[in-house]
Write a protein that binds this ligand. Structure first.
Ligand SMILES: [Zn+2]
Length: 304
């Protein structure tokens, strides 16, 4: 499977598991798959159990015995099922170390890191949705972990993601970057913000860029998306063409300014190696891909 992706090279978006929706409701089929299933075990901080080499721990259902129980059915790859489960439910786990998702994104094969991101997002949703949002009773997870059913009021609850836009804003010549309070010195990135209810992502682009920097977007275009389970976002990547307004910040960012193509080129090349150099987002992120795309291609957008 492939998508005609404009943006490439970032983590968590690799083709990974066949999610096997039809199997989720078949408890017997999931029990049958369990002995040979690959298990992704995550601790309470969302880190994955790894072996001495730092690779994903090779753990099969047969080693734990029993059946899936509260494990989440992630899907299948090459006929092998994958489940995710909390470390607290795995007795005597022989994990040598725990690997966080950013390290996995940099060091693990793209498909395995993507499966980890998927598992982390699902376990986070479980951890934050143990009680019904309607009536407050405890929910019971079913369908391989993809439905939280409330027996008291009868409502079903489904996994959620929080869509956000992330946008490379250009005035035609320069790129708009901002700095959040608390970031490492010299660190800059593209503008981002969450989609609000009643809003299309293009409207979010216009609103967020104006709220955070005062810059007026004239046109924007979707380029690609990255699941970003820190903890539950889906980053929708855009490019935008804007008026050459003087940026002003109002709390959410502590600084925003336009960067020339030459400045961005130097920052990408030197990657913060010089004491006064600009630090950009790491290569695992769609933020980096957006910056590289703008540096290499400019914008395809034209003023209306
Ligand atoms: Zn309820």
């Amino acid at each position: 499977m492939s998508f005609p992706a404009t943006l490439q090279g970032f983590a968590f978006a690799a083709p990974t598991l066949d999610r096997g929706d039809a199997l989720r409701g078949d408890a017997q089929a999931l029990r049958d798959l369990w002995p040979d299933a690959r298990l992704l075990v995550l601790d309470g901080e969302g880190r994955a159990a790894a072996d001495a080499n730092g690779d994903l721990l090779l753990l099969l259902g047969a080693q734990l015995g029993g059946g899936p129980g509260t494990a989440i059915f992630l899907g299948q790859a090459d006929g092998q099922a994958w489940f995710a489960l909390e470390a607290a439910t795995v007795p005597a786990l022989a994990a040598v170390q725990w690997i966080d998702l950013r390290r996995a994104a940099a060091e693990w094969p793209a498909d395995v890191a993507s499966a980890f991101a998927y598992a982390r997002g699902m376990l986070y949703w479980h951890a934050r949705n143990r009680y019904c949002g309607v009536c407050g009773a405890a929910v019971a997870f079913d369908r391989g972990g993809f439905v939280g059913h409330c027996a008291q009021c009868g409502n079903d609850h489904y996994p959620r993601v929080d869509p956000a836009v992330i946008v490379a804003v250009s005035d035609g010549e320069r790129l708009l970057l901002g700095r959040q309070p608390g970031w490492a010195p010299r660190r800059w990135s593209v503008i981002a913000g969450f989609v609000e209810p009643g809003e299309a992502p293009e409207q979010t682009v216009v609103r967020e860029v104006h709220e955070e920097t005062g810059v007026r977007v004239q046109a924007c275009r979707y380029l690609g998306a990255q699941p970003w389970p820190f903890p539950g976002a889906l980053m929708l990547g855009f490019e935008a063409l804007a008026h050459a307004d003087q940026p002003r910040v109002d709390g959410e960012l502590e600084e925003a300014r336009w960067f020339t193509r030459e400045e961005i080129g130097q920052a990408l090349q030197r990657d913060g190696s010089e004491p006064d150099g600009v630090l950009l987002a790491p290569p695992i992120s769609i933020a980096r891909a957006l910056i590289e795309h703008w540096h290499g291609n400019g914008t395809a957008l034209t003023r209306a």
